[in-house]
Each structure stands twice: as structure tokens, then as C-alpha cells.
Design a protein around this ligand. Structure first.
Ligand SMILES: Cc1cc2nc3c(=O)[nH]c(=O)nc-3n(C[C@H](O)[C@H](O)[C@H](O)COP(=O)(O)O)c2cc1C
Length: 340
């Protein structure tokens, strides 16, 4: 897939996820084969005030797209120029965040209600950056205002290089199924690359999304949590689910991910970071419920690591258990509903 002048190794993309797709997670996704990673969304105003530390990380991280949110054309354009100057390979405008605190400032998905405002923003941003410029949109504000196609045409006319579509409305939040037909409609309407997003967590769903919608790339968010293997292209051969991940491989990956986390975070932030990823990596394994409740009580990296090793020892000692590939899951996960 090519976004403007940026040629990607493949068409799998890690979604921006606030509080999750930090530097270590992006590094891991890239190591596993992911063609493009997105930073968590960052406020354009915040980036201009003191974004040096944030942008420092993207200097040695390629290819990475910096996602901005905001509502003022001149601020977004200035922030985009700053991010590009600091080494971002692409800039993305967030037009999908449904969180109240973002929407009430006129940013995120609120922008989709005001196409003329979007046009002003995109023209201003386009003037200031030469790297690929993209937008990430939802279907629309609610079921009566589905305007993904209209906004996508506008984005294309403003010279944008690609569009990511997460086909749920703001009113839906993260509930229900993503309506992939909206991705297909956008793809039919514009001649720039369209990245489909929503409810993909296995190689077969990647393939299905491409076949059903014609999209050029697939963005994966929640499906990559505890599952960086989803970016490995190997299982895509004769298709379907891909191999089950052995306990040894799972343990190796967790150890590696923890070491990336340790290299990046201060000691005081390690516990919550390690805990949440341990939770995701072990979801669905035998006896995970009691392991998870134990995790929530433990404080300190050492205790978490001890619990992780003894949990894996205990399941490895059991009768060889049948581990399965991740279940295809296009259902509600409850994510993000609190934010609405
Ligand atoms: C915890 C969380 C944080 C998110 N943060 C962002 C964000 O910063 N920017 C954005 O555009 N989308 C954000 N999203 C939406 C995801 O990028 C993606 O569009 C959505 O989760 C649907 O894709 P999935 O089914 O592959 O997870 C977030 C989603 C979750 C669950």
C-alpha cells in the first residue's frame, strides 16, 4: 500500500489507541510485521505547547503516523508541521473520537457534523505538510447522519492521501458491529487508499474485510491486544485462523513485551503497564480468571513477574491443553463506553 509518497511494506496497520499504542506496543507491532503504526491521539495544542518529548520518540520510529486532534485550522496545521519536522512519516487527523471531553471542544467525531469546518482544517493542514496526510473517520454522528462518503470525498478533494473508516456512529460508541458496508461505500466513492477498521482480530477476518469492502489496508485495534501475532503475515498463506500460539511462544512474547515496557517507562509506571498487557495475553487461557483476580491485587513489577511465571508453570504442568487460535470475535467488547 502507498500513502502518497510513502510506500509501506504491507497493508496491515496498528490503530491509534489512547493509553495503549505507546512506543513499546508500536515497536512490537512493527517487529511482528505491521506495515504502519499510529501514535495515540495527541492534542494539537498540547503538541505545540510541549510536544518535544512525545515527538522525540517518533524520530527513530518508522514508519509512524502521528495522530492529532483539535478543531482549529491554524493550530492543527502548525502542529502537523511541527510533527513532520520532528520526523513523523505521516500525519492523521482524528475525526472519530467519541469521548465527551473531546467532542465538546468541537474535535474528534464532532467535526463530521460540520463539513465546511472540515474543509478549512484540511486545506490548512495540507498547505503546511508535504508528508502523507490522512483522516480517520466514523460512519457519522448517528444513524440519521451517516456521512462518511461525503466527508471522504471532501478529504480527497482537499488533497489527502488516505482515509481510515471505523464504521460505527458516534452514538454507537464501540457497541454493536462495525458496518463494513460503509467502508465499501467509501472505497467506491474515492480513488485514494481506504483503510478499513473495525472488529478484525484474525488473518481470516483481515482477508474477509478486504474481499467484502475492497479496502486497500486493514487497521487493527483491540484485536492486537495480547495478540501481536495478528500482524504476522505468515498465517495468511492458505488462509483462515492461523496457528494456535503455543504457551512457549506466548511466554516468550510476554517476556519480550515486558522488556520493551521496562526500557521505556519509569519504574513507577511499570506496574499498571505490565498488568494490563498480562491480562490481555492470558485472556482465554486455562485458569485465567483466578490469575486475573490475583493480578489486580498485586503491586510492584517483581510480584507481577513472579505471578506470571508461576501461572505459566502451572498451566504448562497440566495435561497438554489444547490451545486454540484467537476466536473470531466481531462482537461488543464494552470498550470505551465509559468515555461517552
Ligand atoms: C482504548 C481505546 C482507545 C482508542 N483511542 C483512539 C485514538 O486515540 N484515536 C483514534 O482515532 N481511535 C482510537 N480508538 C479507536 C480505535 O482506533 C479503533 O477505531 C476502534 O477500536 C475499532 O477498531 P477495532 O475493532 O480494531 O478495535 C480507540 C479505541 C480504544 C478501544
Amino acid at each position: 500500500m502507498k500513502l502518497g509518497t510513502l510506500r509501506l511494506n504491507n497493508n496491515l496497520v496498528l490503530a491509534p489507541m489512547a493509553g495503549i499504542t505507546d512506543y513499546p506496543f508500536r515497536q512490537l507491532a512493527r517487529e511482528m510485521g505491521c506495515g504502519l503504526t499510529f501514535t495515540e491521539m495527541i492534542s494539537a495544542e498540547g503538541l505545540l505547547r510541549k510536544g518535544e518529548a512525545f515527538l522525540k520518540m517518533v524520530e527513530d520510529e518508522h514508519p509512524v503516523s502521528v495522530q492529532l486532534f483539535g478543531s482549529k485550522p491554524e493550530v492543527l496545521a502548525e502542529a502537523a508541521a511541527k510533527a513532520e519536522a520532528m520526523g513523523a512519516d505521516a500525519i492523521d487527523l482524528n475525526m472519530g473520537c467519541p469521548a465527551k471531553k473531546v467532542v465538546k471542544t468541537g474535535a474528534g467525531v464532532d467535526l463530521m457534523r460540520f463539513p465546511e469546518k472540515v474543509e478549512g482544517i484540511l486545506i490548512a493542514m495540507r498547505k503546511r505538510v508535504t508528508c502523507p496526510l490522512t483522516v480517520k473517520i466514523r460512519s457519522g454522528w448517528d444513524e440519521k447522519q451517516i456521512n462518511a462518503v461525503e466527508i471522504s470525498k471532501l478529504a480527497k478533494d482537499c488533497g489527502l492521501d488516505a482515509i481510515t473508516v471505523h464504521p460505527r456512529t458516534r452514538a454507537q460508541g464501540f457497541r454493536g458491529r462495525a458496518d463494513w458496508s460503509v467502508i465499501a461505500a467509501v472505497k467506491r466513492a474515492v480513488r485514494i487508499p481506504v483503510i478499513g477498521n473495525g472488529d478484525v482480530n484474525t488473518p481470516s477476518l483481515i482477508k474477509r474485510m478486504i474481499e467484502e469492502t475492497g479496502c486497500d489496508g486493514v487497521m487493527i485495534g483491540r484485536g492486537a491486544l495480547g495478540n501481536p501475532w495478528v500482524f504476522s503475515l505468515k498465517p495468511l498463506g492458505p488462509l483462515e485462523k492461523g496457528p494456535a500460539i503455543s504457551l512457549e511462544e506466548r511466554k516468550r512474547m510476554i517476556g519480550h513485551h515486558i522488556s520493551l515496557i521496562q526500557n521505556y517507562y519509569e519504574e513507577s509506571s511499570l506496574t499498571p503497564q505490565i498488568r494490563k498487557h498480562l491480562y490481555w495475553y492470558t485472556k482465554g487461557l486455562p485458569g485465567c480468571a483466578s490469575f486475573h483476580s490475583k493480578l489486580s491485587c498485586l503491586k510492584g513489577k517483581e510480584k507481577l513477574l513472579q505471578a506470571f511465571h508461576s501461572y505459566f508453570d502451572s498451566i504448562q504442568r497440566r495435561e497438554p491443553c489444547q490451545l486454540s487460535a484467537p476466536e473470531e470475535d466481531r462482537s461488543v467488547t464494552g470498550w470505551g463506553e465509559k468515555a461517552l
